[in-house]
Structure formats: structure tokens, C-alpha cells
Design a protein around this ligand. Structure first.
Ligand code: ATP
Ligand code: MG
Length: 275
């Protein structure tokens, strides 16, 4: 696969100029959304808007994953109210919450009203948590199963819910009161016999973090254990969400940038001649 270049940009522009839907479709189907995002920002405003018109809401949601918050805001602003809400419906709900919290309250309220009820409720729940805590980072699109399930039942269940889950790599086991009692990875599941029960194969020592834990502490714990996600629990040990490694990478980058800024702010005084 060749990296995206000027030729691709020219090609895309031709399709957009001619409103060539077929050519456009054929092209973007072969593009990774990262590459599409890079092309997008090389287009002028007019063609950016035209491209957004030709994309389905779920395709714009994928594009959004490649953009930072400021860029996401720009894209959202370029969309009509209805399509913007559909895009938010298709975004991971933690990302949708982050984006909505950047908007004017009146606008985010309108968009939440326009969104699907289930999605909007999930996003509203996330909006309550401070941005720089586990709660502010987490998504509630995790996989939750019961300990009395068999491996076979779990696989069937996974097939159903996998399209909407943020990650299916870890399955979290809760009791009926939604308290976290176990965890297993997809690999743990796949290597077992179909009839085996979850409570026999799950890990009962689950590492979790409280909703109000600072994001940098969450990042440290996740990298210490090398997990791809960490479960987040409330005061009653109930599972309320998961923080995934991709969100932690963003925290680490932010943290590194802050450190660097601090360093460059401190340096000049270090070299001040005391005499
Ligand atoms: P692979 O490493 O090959 O991708 P794996 O099954 O080893 O597969 P890991 O991500 O390495 O998956 O996870 C290691 C183990 O940690 C798994 O058995 C998983 O169930 C367990 N695990 C995952 N999350 C937690 C957690 N929050 N607390 C305790 N154990 C966990
Ligand atoms: Mg492993």
C-alpha cells in the first residue's frame, strides 16, 4: 500500500469537481480514514464541504477519530444539525462527549436532542465527569457478561454486540448488581471448550480504577500492567466504563507536551547570570 500523495489529492479533487459519486466511492473505499483525513485538510473549504456531503454519517464518524478536537469542531460546524447528530450517534460515546463539551451549551443541548435516545443518554452520563479523570476518559461501550454464561453463549452474545462495542478484547464479568467480579480476554475465551462456564475461567483479581482518579494516574496504572483497557468503577464498586489504551496515549502525549513547555519556560532563568 502506497502512502497518500499529490496524485491522490488531484484524483479526489477531480471526483469532487465533477461530482463523480462512483469514482469517489471507489476511491474512499480503499482509503484508511487516516489518509482520508490528511486529504481532507488539503482541500479548500468548498471541497471539504462537498466531501462531507458525499460521505455517510458513519464514514464521517470514522474520519473524526483521526482528527483532534479543534478539527472535529470544524467538521461538525460544517454539517447541518441533523447530519451532525447522526455523526455523533456513530462516534464512540466518550469521543462524542468530549466534542460536545467543547461546544456552547445551547448547541450541545440541541444536538443531544437530535441524537438517538440511547446514544444521547450514554453521552449525557459521560458529560458529568471532569475531563481529566478516569470518568472523563472512559466509554460505556464495553462488553459486560455474567459468570453463569458458558463459553459458547458468550461467543454468541459477542457476535451480537461486537459491532457497537469500543473494544471486545476484554470481557468484564459482573454480578446482578453490576459489581465487577471478573475479567477475561478474548484469547482466554477462545482457548476454552464451548461448554465451560465463565466463572471457572475468569480472573477474579480485577485491577480497576475509581471514576474520580486523575488521568495521569490511570495512564501509569495501565502502562504498569500492560493492559489494553482498564475498567472504571464507582464508589459501590459498580462497573461504569472502561478506559482504552488509545485514550491513554492521548493523555501521555498531552503530559509530555506540558512537561516540555514547562522545561522551556524554566530554562532561561536557569541561565541567568547571578552577578
Ligand atoms: P495477548 O497478550 O496474546 O494479546 P492475552 O490474553 O494475554 O492475549 P493480555 O491483554 O495480555 O491478553 O491480558 C493478559 C491477561 O490479563 C488476560 O488473561 C486478561 O484476562 C487479564 N486482564 C485484562 N484486564 C485485566 C484487569 N483489569 N485486571 C486483571 N486482569 C486483567
Ligand atoms: Mg498477553
Amino acid at each position: 500500500h502506497q502512502p497518500i500523495g499529490q496524485k491522490d489529492l488531484k484524483q479526489l479533487l477531480t471526483y469532487l469537481q465533477n461530482l463523480d459519486q462512483t469514482g469517489f466511492r471507489a476511491m474512499i473505499q480503499k482509503l484508511h480514514s487516516y489518509d482520508l483525513a490528511r486529504l481532507f485538510f488539503q482541500l479548500s473549504n468548498i471541497y471539504q464541504r462537498r466531501l462531507l456531503t458525499l460521505l455517510q454519517p458513519e464514514e464521517i464518524a470514522l474520519l473524526m477519530e483521526e482528527l483532534d478536537l479543534q478539527e472535529q469542531k470544524e467538521v461538525l460546524a460544517a454539517l447541518g444539525q441533523k447530519k451532525a447528530a447522526q455523526v455523533l450517534d456513530h462516534m464512540p460515546n466518550d469521543d462524542a462527549a468530549d466534542l460536545l463539551s467543547e461546544l456552547e451549551l445551547s448547541q450541545s443541548t440541541l444536538l443531544l436532542k437530535e441524537m438517538k435516545t440511547v446514544e444521547a443518554d450514554q453521552v449525557r452520563a459521560l458529560l458529568h465527569y471532569p475531563e481529566d479523570t478516569a470518568g472523563g476518559l472512559m466509554t460505556n461501550a464495553y462488553v459486560q457478561i455474567f459468570s453463569h454464561y458458558t463459553v459458547e453463549e458468550t461467543l454468541r452474545f459477542l457476535r451480537e454486540i461486537a459491532p457497537a462495542a469500543e473494544t471486545i478484547y476484554y470481557l468484564y464479568v459482573t454480578d446482578v448488581r453490576h459489581r465487577l467480579i471478573g475479567v477475561l480476554s478474548l484469547r482466554d475465551l477462545l482457548i476454552r471448550e464451548p461448554h465451560e462456564k465463565i466463572d471457572r475461567i475468569m480472573n477474579e483479581r480485577v485491577i480497576s480504577v475509581p471514576v474520580d482518579m486523575d488521568q495521569e494516574e490511570v495512564a501509569r496504572i495501565l502502562s504498569r500492567y500492560d493492559f489494553l483497557a482498564l475498567p472504571v468503577v464507582d464508589q459501590n464498586k459498580k462497573l461504569v466504563g472502561i478506559v482504552t489504551v488509545d485514550d491513554i496515549i492521548d493523555v501521555l502525549i498531552e503530559e509530555a507536551r506540558e512537561d516540555l513547555e514547562q522545561l522551556s519556560a524554566v530554562q532561561p532563568t536557569d541561565f541567568v547570570d547571578p552577578f
